[in-house]
Design a protein. Structure first.
Length: 468
């Protein structure tokens, strides 16, 4: 087995091995066997006590899920590392997984395996640092991607986006001073007037979790460099955390930022930033608590099974709220004047498909409004209602994603209740969701595959304008 060798920042040498697992088990019996094998492998890894690990999950709508695990440890544990990585062949017992390690003669393939399928746009959740609650009292941010991985993967599979989730684990010793600082901070939090009880309980749980942790975690996301992919990722990441943020009365949502040069090198080499650049990159106490993890976190992620997107039941996260930067689906400017216009109801997942249609309508002199350029600070729902109130017609771009979106459903119901003319455009084979069938059932839909699509839409819109 091939092991790469590096000089450690703090002296000594490090060896790194890589294993790739392609595919996942199918069926309850095979899944149970898979997870049993993963627990055994994780226990072997805990005994090895690696210096750092990188686990990449490649989630693709048309390809099997792929895992790439890179493990680094001191060179004196080389034999134990080789045995551990070789033991991953046990996962092939689940029937559908294929396990690959590098042979000694294949050193040239190391980079191919580490970054071969990693899309070009790399992101991290922006950590705003310790949020001050009052005076010197701070709050630890709760944004952990691994806690929302199922939601994120479902959205990617349904939207047809290839998504990579990369997590780096670095082994650390418990820092008693950080723990004491955190506990003193908790005492101050308890005395802050009006501190929500749920938020206080969340902060207590995170400090308790830190007291049992021996790992720090860095999480990354990567998406293709295609139109709308970055905006989709930003909206979905914020959207999947919104319910818990509201429950905790958390005043902010996470921001996505591009990776910096140090993080890019960490992704390319499959090593945590601390391992590459030394302890000076270690975070402050609040970030240490936010980034900590127990060994079970690695076991859970290694044994993770990609979810069934269930498009008929899944609610697509269009995330149309005041905290979200809206996606701009077209070059044509949305109309904000007082003349008649068409309101565009669509799913964010379909932005790339509808963009050329809206641009063609605009070039024919048809005025359309879609949710871009909404003034900051306004209440989103109220503003959407206002634009629906004054439109002449609602253009509904219907797809599986749109049929699953509660925001699209609300817009259609509101427009129908206000007597607006509805013009549904069928982007793909999709049944209207329950609750809209009786509204859309009697209406003739326009097939987006028709060569005269734009002409049909223009005629319907102008007819609606004359009617109103």
């Amino acid at each position: 087995m091939y092991l790469a060798r590096y000089e450690a920042v703090e002296g000594g040498s490090i060896v790194q091995g890589v294993v790739r697992v392609v595919g996942e088990p199918v069926g309850d019996t095979m899944v149970s066997l898979w997870r049993e094998q993963v627990r055994g492998l994780a226990a072997m890894g805990n005994a090895l006590t690696p210096t750092g690990m990188s686990l990449r999950l490649s989630i693709h709508p048309d390809q099997p899920t792929e895992r790439v695990l890179a493990v680094a440890c001191p060179s004196e544990r080389e034999v134990a590392l080789t045995r551990w990585l070789a033991a991953f062949t046990r996962l092939e017992r689940s029937g559908t997984a294929r396990v690959e390690t590098l042979r000694a003669a294949e050193s040239h393939r190391l980079n191919e395996i580490l970054i071969g399928k990693l899309p070009p746009r790399h992101a991290r959740i922006a950590d705003p640092g310790p949020l001050l609650a009052a005076g010197e009292t701070w709050l630890t941010t709760p944004w952990r991607l691994r806690e929302r991985l199922n939601d994120l993967a479902r959205q990617a599979l349904l939207a047809g986006h290839a998504l990579n989730y990369v997590v780096h684990f670095a082994t650390v010793d418990l820092d008693p001073e950080t723990l004491r600082t955190a506990r003193r901070n908790l005492l101050r939090l308890e005395r802050v007037p009006g501190m929500p009880s749920g938020l206080l309980a969340d902060q207590r749980a995170r400090v308790d979790h830190f007291s049992r942790s021996c790992l720090t975690v860095d999480e990354y996301l990567a998406v293709a460099d295609t139109v709308g992919a970055w905006e989709w990722l930003t909206e979905v990441v914020r959207g999947i955390w919104k319910p818990s943020a509201s429950e905790l009365r958390w005043s902010i949502l996470p921001e996505i930022r591009t990776t910096n040069p140090d993080e890019e090198e960490a992704l390319v080499t499959g090593m945590p930033v601390e391992l590459l650049f030394g302890p000076e990159t270690s975070p402050a106490p609040a970030q240490k608590i936010g980034r900590c993890a127990e060994p079970e976190a690695f076991c859970d992620l290694l044994g993770w099974i990609s979810p069934d997107p269930q498009p008929a039941k899944l609610e697509v996260l269009d995330v149309q709220d005041a905290h979200t930067k809206p996606l701009r689906p077209a070059e044509a400017e949305p109309y904000f004047g007082s003349a008649s216009y068409a309101f565009v109801s669509y799913s964010r997942c379909d932005a790339e498909r509808i963009a050329p249609i809206l641009d063609q309508l605009a070039s024919h002199g048809v005025r359309v409004w879609y949710d871009s350029g909404i003034p900051g600070g306004v209440e989103w729902d109220a503003y959407i209602e206002e634009r629906l109130e004054h439109c002449s017609v609602l253009l509904l771009f219907l797809s599986k994603a749109a049929a699953a979106s509660r925001y699209v459903s609300r817009e259609v119901k509101y427009a129908d209740a206000r007597g607006k003319i509805l013009v549904p455009i069928l982007l793909e084979s999709a049944d209207p969701p329950q609750g809209l069938r009786w509204i859309l059932g009697p209406i003739q839909m326009i097939d987006a595959r028709e060569p005269d699509l734009v002409l049909q839409m223009e005629q319907a819109i102008r007819c609606a304008t004359r009617t109103n």
